[in-house]
Design a protein around this ligand. Structure first.
Ligand SMILES: *[C@@H]1O[C@H](CO)[C@@H](O)[C@H](O)[C@H]1NC(C)=O
Ligand SMILES: *[C@@H]1O[C@H](CO)[C@@H](O)[C@H](O)[C@H]1NC(C)=O
Ligand SMILES: *[C@@H]1O[C@H](CO)[C@@H](O)[C@H](O)[C@H]1NC(C)=O
Ligand SMILES: *[C@@H]1O[C@H](CO)[C@@H](O)[C@H](O)[C@H]1NC(C)=O
Length: 343
């Protein structure tokens, strides 16, 4: 009887040990999977729905199938390709830039590959969103529905911009193409069509024609955000185009770049010009364009090494005019030239 109990206990112990081994083996596998995910995470990814499918992949089908001829290619696919640098797609896109990513990251982040970069290790990954989309990557293009066709629809076309990582200070938005309805003729207000960036208190509104313009938008860093322990993607910025005018053909392609402190424009500069010469013009500076109401902002020019002055000149005889206010139009476009110092 005593012997029997002992052997039963022993058996039970062996069983438990086997069970523990099996379990720890499994949990080891899980750890490996997590590692792989973390590795991918390094390049700033959202895990999204990804975890579900990676489990399949990690359990043998996708990752490193032993002896597979594709193993090397797969391994290379997981290499982060140096710093997500800007690149020009060699195929399939006009007037877009992308960021250099490994092909796997590009697919997972819903980008489209436009040729090779980093000596063939990566692809030049282009990100595009339209109405209802979310911007999660640096250099994402927001375009009108059906771009490059004109859009005659009405309603709101909104996108949400999430910081690619917590260190993002500003957005730089380039108006590659931009044509929506004109402001109110009498008041200059964008009371039908309007593009709105940001929330009340830190908002920029524009309408009309603005090809070639750009703006810097400093993201709010209020106490609320800091208290909420700001994480990547935690703080969202709304960018919306309200299309309310009738019979207005619209078209836009906006390039949205996320700027870390190192590449930010100086404080309070809505525009920042860094070239030695160029053109500064008010928004909606166009034939039959009207100066927009409530546009008080600073356009800043970076001082080039060795330059000591700037020469401004009107682009055309009637291209620069300011008035005493009270209904007088104020607008301008001028060229600027930095002059090399003589010393
Ligand atoms: C997982 O993969 C299958 C086919 O490979 C696909 O149909 C499904 O949408 C994927 N699920 C997620 C969450 O990505
Ligand atoms: C789009 O954004 C605007 C301004 O941020 C907001 O008033 C409007 O409700 C939004 N529309 C939709 C459909 O989300
Ligand atoms: C985004 O791209 C711009 C332009 O290439 C670059 O200046 C900026 O540093 C990039 N931002 C991040 C977070 O990499
Ligand atoms: C503007 O600068 C570029 C290069 O810095 C130069 O080639 C060009 O001639 C300049 N244009 C004018 C009008 O000064």
């Amino acid at each position: 009887m005593l012997f029997n109990t002992f052997s039963f206990k022993k058996l039970l112990a062996i069983f438990v040990v086997i069970l523990v081994l099996v379990c720890s083996c499994d949990s080891f596998k899980i750890k490996v999977k997590r590692k792989v995910q973390d590795f991918r995470h390094v390049s700033g990814n959202k895990l999204k729905d990804y975890s579900e499918n990676s489990t399949d992949a990690a359990s043998g089908r996708g990752f490193f199938p032993p002896g597979s001829i594709f193993t090397l290619g797969k391994v290379l696919n997981f290499f982060p390709v140096g710093g997500e640098r800007e690149c020009q797609p060699s195929q399939g896109f006009t007037a877009r830039s992308g960021i250099c990513l490994n092909p796997y990251d590009c697919r997972q982040r819903d980008g489209r590959a436009g040729g090779d970069c980093a000596h063939g290790l990566g692809v030049c990954c282009v990100f595009e969103v339209t109405c209802g989309g979310t911007v999660q990557n640096n250099l994402t293009y927001f375009m009108s529905p059906g771009f490059p066709e004109l859009w005659g629809g009405r309603g709101d076309c909104n996108v949400t911009i999430e910081k690619a990582h917590a260190g993002i200070m500003q957005l730089r938005i380039d108006f590659v193409h931009f044509s929506i309805g004109q402001p109110n003729r009498a008041t200059g207000e964008c009371d039908e069509d309007v593009m709105t960036l940001g929330e009340e208190g830190n908002q920029f509104k524009v309408c009309g024609q603005n090809h070639g313009q750009h703006i810097y938008h400093t993201l709010s860093t209020d106490t609320e955000a800091r208290e909420a322990d700001e994480l990547a993607g935690h703080r969202r910025t709304q960018l919306s185009v309200a299309a309310r005018g009738s019979l207005v053909p619209r078209l836009w392609l906006l390039k949205i770049a996320q700027m870390p402190l190192a590449n930010a424009a100086p404080h309070q500069c809505k525009q920042y010009f860094t070239a030695d010469n160029g053109t500064i013009s008010t928004f909606n500076f166009a034939i039959n364009g009207r100066y927009l109401a409530d546009h008080q902002y600073q356009a800043c020019v970076r001082r080039s090494a060795g330059a000591c002055s700037i020469r401004y000149a009107p682009c055309a005889p009637r291209s620069f005019r300011i008035g005493p206010g009270g209904g007088v139009q104020t607008y301008g476009a001028g060229e600027l030239h930095s002059h090399p110092s003589l010393g």
